[in-house]
Design a protein around this ligand. Structure first.
Ligand SMILES: [Fe+2]
Length: 405
């Protein structure tokens, strides 16, 4: 992040857009969301930049890590929170300076009600919902946190990652691993909406958050803030799109992050098809028909810190109880149902998002005539690496067994 950007983000009210969004924040607070009115302000610059001692001993502006608090199970109803996307989009359309200029993004973040307003849904996971109007751009940048987009709108937006332009369609997962240049935009005719999921709170706790917006080299033709595509569309798929076949040639660099997936774009249509192919299998008693979206070069999680999955809970299916030391965020892609978490029932339908914090028993039930599809984001890989991942199941008679001891 350049100094002028940092200074600009600290100035008061560059337009009435920020004031209007702040006003909406009072109204939206009971829904446990926070409309972004500030840019991220890490306490330090990129580790490879010469920073001197200027930032040492100072606390970043905005909301920063606080003492230990406990996340609670919570469900964000799409019908309640999505009107705020429309409100943000309208402010962006009317403002002389759009929110992307002073807050980086047009989005609201989900705040877990157990965490005192901190910008996180679980111990290590941040989630935001972003909206991009036609023509919007979020400039090219990279950062230390790993991030992803789960696409909710039907079509119209894109994320370019390390020169690969990933066209966003509903149900897609697009990764922007740490150390990859990426920019976002909407070149369609209708607003684009997606969920951003990041390991930001973990990096914040470790005090290793930094970001950089000074992309070297050639930029977009009409706007120097976006990448010029350097890989063919569908490059991830070209390289790793056939299961069981892996390239054994030197590949072009895909960022400098370590332990992250070189496959950036998981397509919703492929995920749906893969779930349907497995539908008649017995499945997992705690998960229904479950899939992992993995790093195809290793078979492991896509990030060292987060893993992503999709699961089909078949019409009428009730899973058994399970609990884990990791936390999981769910989004309902289709169908409807309910999840019992620590004795509380959370009813969900399309686009609803809910969190199962660590240690809590949960089970899923698909309601209604159709199968339900849930996408998951979990910090299990992180806990595995530090020797803290454990899981248990409980059968209908209440017998508890270790899944991972
Ligand atoms: Fe980013």
């Amino acid at each position: 992040m350049s100094d002028d950007v940092r200074t600009a983000s600290a100035q008061p009210l560059p337009s009435d857009a920020r004031a209007r969004m702040e006003a909406l924040n009072s109204e939206a607070k009971p829904l446990n969301i926070w409309l972004r009115t500030q840019a991220n302000a890490p306490a330090q610059q990129a580790w490879f930049k010469e920073t001197g001692l200027a930032t040492a001993g100072h606390i970043a502006e905005g909301r920063v890590a606080a003492g230990q608090m406990k996340a609670v199970p919570h469900l964000w109803k799409w019908k309640e929170i999505s009107p705020y996307l429309d409100k943000i989009a309208r402010i962006a359309t009317e403002a002389d300076i759009p929110p992307t200029e002073f807050a980086d993004r047009q989005q609201f973040l989900l705040t877990n009600p157990g965490l005192g307003g901190r910008l996180q849904v679980a111990a290590s996971i941040r989630c935001a919902i972003s909206i991009y109007n036609p023509g919007d751009l979020a400039r090219a940048h990279l950062h230390s946190p790993n991030a992803s987009r789960t696409i909710l709108s039907d079509n119209g937006g894109y994320t370019t990652v390390e020169g690969e332009r990933c066209i966003a369609n509903r149900g897609d997962l697009i990764l922007t691993p740490n150390g990859t240049w990426h920019d976002h935009g909407n070149d369609g005719t209708t607003p684009v909406v997606w969920i951003d999921t990041l390991d930001w709170p973990l990096m914040e706790f470790l005090d290793i958050i930094w970001l950089d917006e000074d992309m070297p080299g050639e930029m977009g033709v009409d706007n120097r803030r976006m990448q010029r595509p350097s890989s063919p569309d569908g490059y991830s798929h070209d390289l790793y799109g056939v299961g069981g076949i892996m390239p054994r040639i030197a590949l072009r660099s895909r960022g400098f992050g370590k332990g992250t997936s070189p496959y950036f774009h998981y397509r919703g249509e492929d995920i749906k098809e893969a779930l349907l192919v497995l539908r008649d299998e017995e499945g997992d008693p705690h998960e229904g028909i479950a899939l992992g979206l993995v790093n195809p070069a290793t078979g492991g999680a896509v990030f060292p810190t987060l893993t992503y999955g999709a699961q089909l809970i078949r019409a009428g299916e009730e899973t058994q109880f399970k609990r884990e030391t990791s936390s999981t965020v769910y989004v309902c892609i289709s169908g409807r149902g309910e999840t019992e978490i620590a004795g509380q029932i959370f009813k969900w339908e399309e686009n609803d998002i809910f969190v199962v914090p660590n240690f809590l028993w949960r089970r899923h039930v698909a309601k209604g005539p159709a199968d339900a599809v849930l996408y998951t984001m979990s910090d299990a890989p992180l806990l595995e690496k530090i020797g803290q991942y454990r899981a248990q199941g409980m059968d209908p008679k209440g017998k508890v067994t270790n899944i991972v001891a």
